[in-house]
Design a binder for this molecule. Structure first.
Ligand SMILES: Cc1ncc(COP(=O)(O)O)c(C=O)c1O
Length: 362
């Protein structure tokens, strides 16, 4: 995280407020890049994490927590099986590997501007350090361009393992995908025997069952992360038993999966509590608060995108706007992202509105 000349350093966080080392308090709308759905140090989440930690922080055996967590995610998302890792990056990498293993194909089709973590296939393909073979196994298309996708699939569909999409890519502007485009993706993937891989690392929070349920589309594979860790490092891959079978120890041509701290009980206990607290009515209330805030900002002339509890101010003068917001008492993402948390009261949200209007007019 960098804002020139250098970022302030965080000292503590409680609920929706973060205090930096200079004693400056801000309402935290970054929430560790959207992962802290209940803000900082939520008492129930902390109790769950500490309770688990007191009984041992990591074991070379599974624990009940990970089964409960998988069941919680399965019930919400409608996706049968889940495996855990420690970041969204890993979840996406394993999602691509699962797709390649299942289809026996190499090619990944994905969309411009979307961030899917730091793996080679999802990095900017002009980045130094990538193998030529990696560059050759990824095609990047403009999101929403159905013609480009149809053309690509008619040429290369029989080599495509997966179409990878984030339904509301933050770095590409935080605009929800066009529903027609999403349904066409599903159809095209089926027509060509490719898998539809939806990256819900950020967007899971936007609907009780994940954003794909808002679209009414059934993915083959889903990656998750951020909020499912309750403030601790987490990632997960969801899919049908048929698709995740390849990772099962003892499976024919087993696909490799490992991780010393995967599904550790502290993350699982904290994450499970965070997810249970973020129930259907809580999701709806937070989205409604985000919609109201977006409406008020738009009415005040502030250009802002997003859906529900995620907003992004459209600005060309970052990091100058970042500092203006910070000085007005708001911590945003370095791209103007604002992620609401359940720790925010109506009064906090009014303060966010006033600070954003003041900072964008300054
Ligand atoms: C859509 C999406 N996918 C994957 C990732 C990577 O997750 P992590 O930072 O936990 O590795 C991110 C992180 O911001 C993300 O927004």
């Amino acid at each position: 995280m960098y804002v020139p000349p250098h970022p302030p350093y965080a000292a503590s966080g409680h609920g929706s407020v973060l205090v930096d080392e200079n004693g400056h308090s801000v309402i935290d709308c970054n929430n560790n890049y959207t992962s802290l759905i209940h803000g900082h140090a939520n008492a129930d989440v902390l109790d769950a994490a500490l309770g688990a930690a007191r009984r041992g922080t990591a074991f070379g055996l599974p624990t009940r927590y990970e089964v409960d967590m998988a069941e919680c995610l399965a019930e919400r998302t409608g996706i049968q099986q889940w495996r855990f890792c420690n970041s969204g990056t890993e979840a996406v990498l394993m999602m691509l590997r699962a797709a390649r293993a299942y289809t026996g194909r190499d090619l990944i089709v994905r969309f411009e501007g979307s961030y899917h973590g730091t793996g080679d296939e999802v990095a900017d393909q002009s980045s130094p350090g990538l193998a030529e073979a990696t560059r050759g196994s990824v095609i990047v298309l403009p999101q929403g361009d159905l013609q480009a996708l149809t053309d690509t699939m008619s040429r290369l569909g029989d080599q495509t393992a997966a179409i990878l999409i984030d339904l509301m890519p933050n770095r590409a502007g935080l605009r929800p995908a066009n529903p027609e485009f999403v349904h066409e993706l599903r159809k095209l993937a089926d027509e060509h025997g490719a898998l539809l891989a939806i990256d819900e690392v950020i967007s899971l929070r936007l609907h009780w069952g994940g954003f794909h349920r808002h679209y009414g589309v059934e993915p083959d594979l889903v990656s998750a992360g951020k909020i499912i860790g309750g403030g601790f490092p987490a990632g997960a891959l969801g899919g049908s038993a048929k698709l995740l079978e390849s990772f099962r120890p003892g499976a024919d041509r087993r696909v490799m999966w490992g991780g010393t701290f995967t599904a550790n009980p502290v993350t699982m206990a904290a994450g499970l509590t965070a997810m249970r607290l973020y129930d259907e009515s809580s999701v709806a209330a937070l989205n409604a608060a985000g919609d109201r805030l977006r409406g008020q900002l738009l009415a005040a002339g502030v250009p802002v995108n997003g859906f529900g509890s995620l907003l992004r101010i459209q600005a060309t003068d970052m990091p100058s706007l970042w500092w203006k917001l910070y000085n007005h008492g708001i911590l945003s993402g370095t791209n103007g992202l604002l992620a609401l948390s359940t720790a925010m009261s109506e009064e906090h949200i009014s303060r966010i509105r006033d600070a954003v209007i003041a900072a964008t007019n300054a």
